[in-house]
Design a protein around this ligand. Structure first.
Ligand code: C2O
Length: 353
């Protein structure tokens, strides 16, 4: 049976990490409506690469995030409540409905990963657009799969900007001692020496492009390799179920961005706090972009057809504060959700050994 959305009235404190500290991230709840695709008459939102945006875009984006941060705590669209969505769905604040003994709801480590985060960003983006009254507003993507994008994008690194978050690894900021993203961070934490961190270092870049090629092309020839393994109602998620991109670079960049001096590598390095860093949504836009790209890379690279995936469901608040029940089957085509990605080069596509 497909994974069911949580019962929001039965939310309980989430667990931050092994030490057992808890976080309260339960969202408000209300009656649910069913998801409907946006009208095809709406303009297409084109998500730009974060390192390529212009001043006019940055102003809009900053304004939208400021307004979202200023919403009161009882507004489910507030930045705080949006960040808490991730905490609640990922750190055990919900049990799966109708399952005894209880099994925590966890949307990582399986085929649920891509569709959950797609909807999460979809609503986050629409809320931002509504707050600035701009139906074309689109989130930027962190183009970490290309040498030009392999740093924390500058728009997130200005301490005066609402896009800034102080709780990040200082060494990894632009201008820090190791600013170049290491796509294989978890396996080579100390392998990129500062001298090797230059974008002009061809060996380093070649290694990075090979990681991307493996995760997208040679190591992702089957659906389960790319998306992760099936997770159905009652199954407990295990991190062995991760798909290629979820594992690396997705997970590695989370941990790379978070501050190693914090107890739980906050903000980006723990699910409960990751959504508090505005860069989270930019990171995930690129993860989501990988799903679209993967489907263009060969004939067998298509979405699952298993009803246990297609009918799996979540709930999110939309831009009008409605609690919306969404099924995986309605989010498979991003263009039907009225957004797409700016076309940029894919330097990893042909990088082999
Ligand atoms: Cu839900 Cu990047 O994690």
């Amino acid at each position: 049976n497909p994974l069911q959305p949580p019962d929001l009235s039965k939310c309980h404190p989430a667990i931050k990490g092994d030490a057992g500290d808890t976080a309260d991230c339960c969202p408000p709840f209300s009656d649910q409506i069913e998801f409907k695709l946006p009208s095809p008459k709406e303009p297409m939102r084109i998500r730009p690469a974060a390192h390529l945006v212009d001043k006019a875009y940055i102003d809009k984006y900053e304004k939208a995030i400021s307004l979202m941060k200023a919403l009161p705590d009882d507004d489910p669209r507030s930045f705080k409540n949006q960040a808490n969505v991730h905490c609640a769905y990922c750190n055990g604040a919900y049990d799966q409905v109708g399952i005894t003994p209880s099994v925590a709801l966890q949307i990582h480590f399986s085929w649920i990963f891509f569709p959950f985060h797609r909807y999460y960003l979809y609503f986050f983006e629409r809320i931002l657009g509504k707050l600035i009254d701009d139906p074309t507003f689109a989130l930027p993507f962190w183009n970490w799969d290309s040498p030009d994008g392999m740093q924390i994008p500058a728009i997130f690194a200005d301490p005066a900007s609402p896009l800034y978050d102080a709780i990040r690894a200082p060494d990894h900021l632009p201008g820090g001692s190791s600013p170049l993203v290491d796509l294989d961070w978890s396996r080579s934490a100390a392998s990129l020496t500062p001298e090797a961190q230059w974008q002009s270092n061809r060996d380093v870049m070649h290694t990075q492009m090979r990681v991307m090629h493996t995760q997208m092309v040679s190591g992702a020839k089957k659906r389960t390799l790319f998306f992760g393994t099936p997770l159905k109602a009652g199954d407990a998620a295990a991190n062995t179920g991760q798909g290629s991109i979820e594992r690396s670079p997705h997970m590695n960049i989370h941990i790379w961005t978070g501050d190693p001096k914090q107890a739980h590598t906050e903000d980006m390095g723990n699910f409960y706090s990751a959504g508090r860093d505005p860069i989270f949504y930019c990171h995930h836009a690129n993860v989501d972009r990988m799903w679209d790209l993967w489907k263009t890379l060969g004939p067998r690279r298509t979405d699952f057809t298993d009803p246990d995936w297609l009918e799996a469901a979540f709930v999110f608040y939309d831009e009008d504060k409605n609690l919306v029940r969404c099924k995986v089957k309605d989010c498979l085509d991003s263009r039907k959700l009225n957004y797409d990605y700016q076309k940029v080069p894919l330097p990893w596509l042909d990088t082999k050994r």
